[in-house]
Design a protein around this ligand. Structure first.
Ligand code: UDP
Ligand code: MG
Length: 315
C-alpha cells in the first residue's frame, strides 16, 4: 500500500514548513511508501519558493504550481491527476487539519473506499462558518441521501480508483462522498481534531454558502438527470398537461352544452398555460435524452462503473 498526500495551498507561506515537518513525522512512522504533493494554487506570497526549498531537500515531495488561483477544487483535481499512491489522502495546508489523524483514516480505509473526517469540535467562527455548515451538512445529507456530519472537512482518504473515476467541476470537491456513494462506493466517517488557524488568513467567508447551495442543486440535478432526463421532466409534464386538459374540457362543456361565456374566465388562461407548460416539460425531457446520449457516447462514458474484472489474465 502506497500513500499520496495531496495538499492544496494558497498563500500559506507561514504554515507549509511546519506542515511538511509534521507530515514527515507521521508518515515516516507508518513504514509505508509515501509521497506528498503540494499544489500551489497560484499563491502571491512566498509559498512557491518555500515549496521549492522543501522539494530540493525531500525527494518524497512533489510540487505542482498552478498558473493562477483556480480554487481549491481545481487544486485537488491537479493533485489527484499526479498522485501515484494506492490511497490518496487530502488535507488543508493551514494546519487546521492534524496530520496525526492520518493513521486513523488509513486504518478505516482497509474496510472502506472513502473515509471522511468529521471536525466534531470545529474551531471556526460560529455565525459565518459553523452555523451555515451545520445547515449545509443537514441539507446535503437530506438531498443526496448520503449522511455525513461534515462534508466540508478536507481531511479525507480515498482508494485510488474512487478518485480516478471522478471528474471535478466548480466547487465540487466536498460532494465527492455523495457522488462516489451513488457509484456504490463504501463511505465511512471518523472524528478528527480541528485546530484554530494560527497563521495566515482564511480564504472563505459566508459567501461560500451560496456557492455550496448552487453546487448542491447541480449535483442533485445531475444525479436525477444525467442518465434519465425524460423520467425527471416527463411525469411533471404529464401531470401539468392532464390538469390543463381537465380544466379546458370542463370549460368546453360549459361553452358547448350550457352556452356560458368562457372568454373572460381566469380558468381559461390556467388551462391553456398548464397544457403548454406540460408539453414543454416533456419536450425538455426529450431534448435532455438526446443530450445525454451525445454526452455518454462522445466520451465513451459508460453508464456503469466496474469495481473489478476477473478475466483470463487474472487466472
Ligand atoms: N486554498 C486553495 N485555493 C483557494 C483557497 C484555499 O488552495 O483558492 C487552500 C488553502 O491554502 C488551505 C485550504 O485550501 O490549505 C483551505 O482553505 P482555508 O483554510 O482558507 O479554508 P477554511 O479552513 O477557512 O474553510
Ligand atoms: Mg483553514
Amino acid at each position: 500500500m502506497t500513500i499520496s498526500v495531496v495538499v492544496p495551498v494558497y498563500n500559506e507561506e507561514e504554515n507549509i514548513r511546519l506542515l511538511h515537518e509534521r507530515l514527515k513525522e507521521v508518515l515516516g512512522r507508518l513504514n509505508k511508501e509515501y509521497e506528498i504533493l503540494f499544489v500551489d494554487d497560484g499563491s502571491a506570497d512566498r509559498t512557491l519558493s518555500i515549496l521549492e526549498e522543501i522539494h530540493a531537500k525531500d525527494e518524497r515531495v512533489t510540487v505542482l504550481s498552478l498558473r493562477r488561483n483556480f480554487g481549491q477544487t481545481a487544486a485537488f483535481a491537479a493533485g489527484f491527476d499526479f498522485a501515484r499512491g494506492d490511497i490518496i489522502v487530502t488535507m488543508d495546508g493551514d494546519l487546521q487539519n492534524d496530520p496525526a489523524d492520518i493513521p486513523k483514516l488509513l486504518e478505516l480505509i482497509k474496510d472502506n473506499d472513502l473515509v471522511s473526517g468529521w471536525r466534531k469540535k470545529r474551531k471556526d467562527p460560529f455565525f459565518t462558518r459553523r452555523l451555515p455548515s451545520v445547515i449545509a451538512n443537514w441539507l446535503i445529507s437530506k438531498v443526496t441521501g448520503v449522511k455525513l456530519h461534515d462534508y466540508g472537512c478536507s481531511l479525507k482518504a480515498y482508494r485510488r480508483d474512487v478518485i480516478k473515476n471522478l471528474k471535478l467541476y466548480g466547487e465540487m470537491h466536498r460532494f465527492i462522498p455523495a457522488v462516489a456513494s451513488w457509484y456504490g462506493v463504501r463511505v465511512a466517517e471518523v472524528e478528527t481534531v480541528h485546530h484554530r488557524r494560527m497563521r495566515g488568513k482564511s480564504k472563505y467567508g459566508i459567501s461560500r454558502t451560496i456557492k455550496v447551495v448552487l453546487d448542491l442543486i447541480t449535483v442533485k440535478f445531475l444525479q436525477s438527470f444525467s442518465t434519465k432526463p425524460i423520467q425527471f421532466f416527463g411525469p411533471v409534464g404529464i401531470i401539468c398537461s392532464f390538469i390543463g386538459f381537465l380544466i379546458s374540457l370542463s370549460l368546453t362543456i360549459d361553452k358547448l352544452f350550457f352556452g356560458r361565456d368562457i372568454g373572460s374566465r381566469p380558468l381559461l388562461l390556467l388551462g391553456v398555460l398548464m397544457i403548454i407548460v406540460g408539453i414543454q416539460l416533456i419536450g425538455m425531457g426529450l431534448l435532455g435524452e438526446m443530450i445525454v446520449r451525445v454526452y455518454h457516447e462522445s466520451q465513451r462514458k459508460p453508464i456503469y462503473v466496474i469495481k473489478k474484472i476477473l478475466g483470463p489474465e487474472n487466472k
